[in-house]
Write a protein of this length. Structure first.
Lengths: 191, 191
């Protein structure tokens, strides 16, 4: 059971997602969201002073934190997280929201900052499993978890948003092999 | 010297870029571009049947093809291309255009397809230098140039559009080391 307030908030966020999904950022106005939610604009403005603030909460609502796996194997942990991420990209409203956000953030430094905060929270599970892997000696002691997180996740963003290509199921394994397991006969130097 | 027609076309594309830069996709209409260019809407529609078609040409106009270097060293060639790419991301209107495009493509399959074509052309120089490096034996014979191109370029897109973090100058070298030179004591397996 949720409180009446929480139900109303959720209904408005759902309406915001619907509007963004259909109309994109171009049609994302307080008026359109209010109409969709069957609420007054005043009610919306009481909770969200700007469309930017509403956009951030709607974005956040689509995001259920990835669990942080702890299987004892860094490759397995990373596989679990990346598979969940691919599902998020391919089967949820998340990418449309993110696309609207990418455009908005390019024009509005405040939104850009908010998006940075959201992104940082989303990076946490991967950073944690990489740090654990390093501490267990599975990864070299000079591994940079931040750069490694960039290398592991960015190819999937790129595929979806820039190259507009499908993400083959084996891509998760291929990226992990190239990024985490580079000793496997794939280098400029010979081993 | 350009012909009168080419000059008019260029003026309209410049106007389109200005409108997109200031107003984003939300304000990108034939009317706004016509007003900015001092042209009639009919003139614009004669060249571009839809705002999507205009967007594609405007996007293309910001893109001067990267030269395809041929220094004899794959690492040097890749460094040149990635440095030029970082400059494009940090010092030109390209990222704002791309951001608008990312949002538009998420909602319009035709634009998505056009963007795929543009992206494929932009990948060519990197694919070429990677293939040459493989053919010279600098890279392992089983190197996949497509995946390697994803791994080399996507961290910069991600940094700019998703993480909204600055791109440190040494990031190009770090990414190249991790992606092309993995034998350097950075792996799950020991060499």
């Amino acid at each position: 059971m949720v409180s009446r307030g929480a139900g109303a908030r959720q209904r408005m966020l759902t309406a915001a997602l619907d509007v963004l999904d259909e109309a994109g950022l171009a049609g994302f106005t307080m008026e359109a969201v209010a109409r969709r939610a069957g609420a007054s604009k005043a009610t919306l403005y009481r909770r969200w002073p700007t469309t930017g603030a509403l956009l951030v909460d709607a974005m956040d609502a689509t995001y259920r934190p990835f669990p942080t796996p702890d299987t004892g194997s860094v490759a397995k942990d990373v596989t679990e997280i990346l598979n969940a991420f691919v599902t998020l990209l391919e089967r949820t409203p998340f990418p449309r929201l993110l696309a609207a956000f990418i455009d908005a953030a390019e024009r509005d430094p405040a939104l850009s900052k908010l998006h940075t905060d959201l992104t940082n929270r989303r990076r946490e599970p991967l950073l944690t499993v990489l740090e654990r892997g390093r501490d267990r000696g599975e990864l070299p002691p000079d591994t940079d978890p931040e750069l490694t997180t960039d290398l592991l996740t960015s190819p999937f963003f790129y595929r979806h948003f820039v190259a507009h290509r499908p993400i083959p199921r084996r891509m998760v394994a291929d990226v992990i092999t190239r990024v985490l397991n580079p000793g496997s006969a794939r280098g400029l130097t010979d081993c």
